[in-house]
Write a protein that binds this ligand. Structure first.
Ligand SMILES: [Zn+2]
Length: 561
């Protein structure tokens, strides 16, 4: 774990030294403006190597964004160099200087380049306005490549925040305050960070001696700050206790509101010592949904980060599916937001339903690849559904075979220990070998059949085998019709469906639509037929043979509650 040192008391002394050493990057950040628009002025000082050119890393493309060089204005040399050349296509700039140059100082002004209402997509780029700034590190700090190379990618960063109003909160992935010393740190860790300042409300909590900070702003419509602070505190404590890992000395969660008229959206990014989120600020935001999302995303600190997949998508059944399973379990087991065992059973049932009604239910694991995962909703959800149901089955198997002495928890901790102490990444061979140590029968054939080949689980017989009580059929989401490729017309309608009963017909042009993939939420469509518009509403529900666990005490005991 890297050391984070936040200098507070000795700020004055520290600022007056301002020495430049070969392994340290010195940044000074000040408020500024360009054409009366709020901006941030960044000054960087460093010691160059004895060559005559230094590459300054600053991505022009990243995180799905392009033209990030457009953010940089008024780039200039303050001392020690002759010229700066932009190399947009190479994601950097080049400074020309004398080989004897002892210290180089450059400055640039960072300006927001998006306009209009802030939505999730725009929030990926820097936000700099009268009230606040919210910037990801790679869009903020230029890094001289020579310093990274000379230090073996383990350099120090000093940041001084000057001339900001006293009321201005300053917080980021490395701490807060007006003088920060960060490092030694790698390029990847430093550039995976969020920096916020302005009218943020900062909440500090201590968990087992470690600091957790929540930074938010704006007027939330659907909840107050304390609800979220409590959820975060109990979530982080529960997860760290579960993973027996309280090693993170500082952790920041930042949350800013975005504007969205309909429904709600949540976007989260896991970063160094931090998690940054944007949430649409409207009445549709449900805290229970946020509880789930925070728990899922923070769980990735271990499943995904500490325990790395050997081949990204190939092990999504683990990094997404097992994350999903432990999201439900940890929320229920710890009573987060007062949710209990019934929540666990409900969520597990929901995932079973989603899995069984997935159009790609029987797709082999090899089809959960980069291309499908990022282009198809059904493929992108499959590892969550299949993996969480598999985690549940495995948990039951271990509990049954060990007479309740062991559970999947023990296997998870073992995998974490192997990752931490031996650097083992999660691949299928390692997973099977380690899992078999917790079972008397080899799990390999089951894993090959249902995870690798994708053959659906026979859940009724699995439930019976574990002595679990269940309903054999349930209500599922069923839109009842399909769209054409452009999603403009109704391509076909299932005659036994609610859609048909409500009046949707093949060939209808869909002018307006509003529905969620939830059979309990009414779907609404405006269709155009023979020049006439019609409003059609119905519940997109159907009966299906999908077993659902009952929240009976006998079941809960078997599930380990
Ligand atoms: Zn995830």
């Amino acid at each position: 774990m890297k050391k984070i040192l936040v200098l507070l008391a000795i700020t004055a002394l520290f600022l007056s030294c301002n020495s430049t050493t070969t392994d340290t990057l010195n940044f000074v950040i000040k408020p500024s403006e360009i054409n009366e628009k709020p901006a941030l002025e960044v000054t960087l000082s460093f010691v160059p190597s004895d060559s005559t050119a230094t590459v300054l890393l600053f991505q022009d493309q990243g995180w799905g964004q392009e033209n990030l060089h457009n953010l940089v204005h008024n780039l200039r040399i303050e001392e020690g160099a002759n010229e700066i050349i932009q190399k947009k296509e190479k994601d950097h700039y080049v400074i020309k200087h004398e080989a004897s140059s002892e210290k180089i100082t450059i400055s640039y002004t960072l300006l927001q380049d998006t306009e209009g209402k802030l939505n999730t997509e725009k929030a990926i780029r820097p936000i700099i306005n009268e009230d606040y700034f919210h910037i990801y590190s790679h869009n903020f700090f230029m890094l001289p490549k020579s310093v990274i190379d000379q230090t073996g990618d383990s350099f120090n960063v000093v940041i001084e925040w000057q001339e900001f109003p006293e009321s201005y909160a300053l917080q980021n992935s490395f701490g807060g305050g007006i003088a920060q010393q960060i490092g030694p740190i790698s390029e990847a860790e430093f550039h995976s960070a969020v920096f916020v300042g302005g009218d943020f409300r900062i909440y500090e909590k201590t968990i087992e001696g470690n600091k957790v900070v929540f930074a938010t702003r704006g007027e939330w419509e659907a909840f107050n700050d304390n609800d979220i602070v409590n959820v975060l505190e109990s979530t982080l404590k529960a997860q760290r206790d579960f993973w027996e890992d309280h090693s993170q000395e500082y952790y920041l969660v930042s949350m800013i509101p975005t504007i969205q008229e309909q429904g709600y959206s949540f976007h989260g990014t896991g970063l160094t010592n931090s998690f940054s989120t944007t949430v649409s600020n409207n009445e549709f935001v449900e805290i229970e949904g946020l509880v789930y999302l925070f728990n899922h995303e923070l769980q990735h600190n271990w499943t995904g980060k500490v325990i790395e997949n050997a081949n990204e998508e190939e092990q999504y059944w683990f990094s997404e599916g097992f994350t999903e399973y432990y999201t439900f379990r940890n929320i229920a087991a710890n009573g987060i937001y007062e949710l209990d065992e019934a929540y666990f059973v409900e969520k597990l049932n929901e995932n079973v339903k989603n899995l069984v009604s997935s159009p790609v239910l029987a797709a082999p694991n090899s089809e959960i690849n980069y291309e499908n995962f990022w282009s198809s909703y059904d493929y992108s959800k499959l590892p969550y559904f299949r993996g969480s149901v598999f985690a549940f089955i495995l948990d039951m198997k271990i509990r049954q075979e060990s007479n309740g002495e062991k559970s999947l928890d023990d296997l998870m901790l073992r995998i974490k220990e192997d990752a931490v102490s031996k650097g083992i990444k999660l691949d299928h061979d390692y997973f099977l070998e380690t899992t078999n140590e917790f079972l008397s029968n080899d799990i390999t054939p089951f894993f090959e059949t249902h995870i690798v080949e994708g053959k659906p689980f026979d859940l009724e017989s699995i439930y019976s085998e574990f002595g679990l009580e269940y309903n054999a059929s349930s209500e599922v989401f069923d839109l009842g019709f399909s769209f054409d490729d452009d999603r403009k017309f109704v391509a076909a309608v299932d005659e036994g469906s609610q859609a048909f009963d409500a009046g949707i017909r093949e060939g209808d042009k869909v002018v307006k639509l509003s529905y969620m993939r939830d059979h309990r939420k009414e779907a609404e469509f405006t269709v155009l037929r023979d020049g006439k518009e019609m409003n059609i509403k119905y519940f997109p529900v159907n009966q299906a043979n999908i077993p659902q666990l009952l929240p009976f005490e006998s079941n809960l005991q078997k599930l380990g509650f």
